[in-house]
Design a protein. Structure first.
Length: 122
């Protein structure tokens, strides 16, 4: 029996307007998106089970995007990750690129859609 292809993009972004904008962008590009405003909110669900990829803000209140990624890996969840941030630093950039993709806000919508498409192809 072939493995079921995962089809959901999980977004963790604490800025409500940014979250809404990314959600609209993903839906316009025909992706199914599930959004959370904190790492802790995501961890209380099983949404990662269906995730084809994660879009994680690095600097979240509570657990950071990096800490969330580490926790998810400890739980056995390893979907591709796209890290986003408005606070570009060389250390964050290097760490993010070791794991997945990295975009600095504000980023062109096309850049995010292309990154999600690459994640779906993994």
């Amino acid at each position: 029996m072939p493995r079921e292809k995962k089809s959901v993009v999980v977004l963790v972004e604490d800025d409500i307007s940014m979250s809404r904008a990314i959600d609209r962008l993903l839906r316009a590009a025909t992706f199914q998106a599930v959004t959370f405003n904190s790492a802790e909110a995501l961890l209380e669900t099983n949404a990662v089970t269906d995730a084809a990829c994660l879009i994680l803000d690095i600097y979240l209140p509570g657990l950071s995007g990096f800490e969330l990624h580490r926790r998810l890996e400890e739980l056995g969840a390893k979907p591709p990750v796209i890290f986003i941030t408005a606070h570009d630093t060389s250390s964050a950039r290097e760490h993010a690129r070791e794991i997945g993709e990295y975009l600095v806000k504000p980023f062109p919508g096309k850049s995010l859609v292309e990154a999600v498409k690459r994640a779906f192809d993994q």
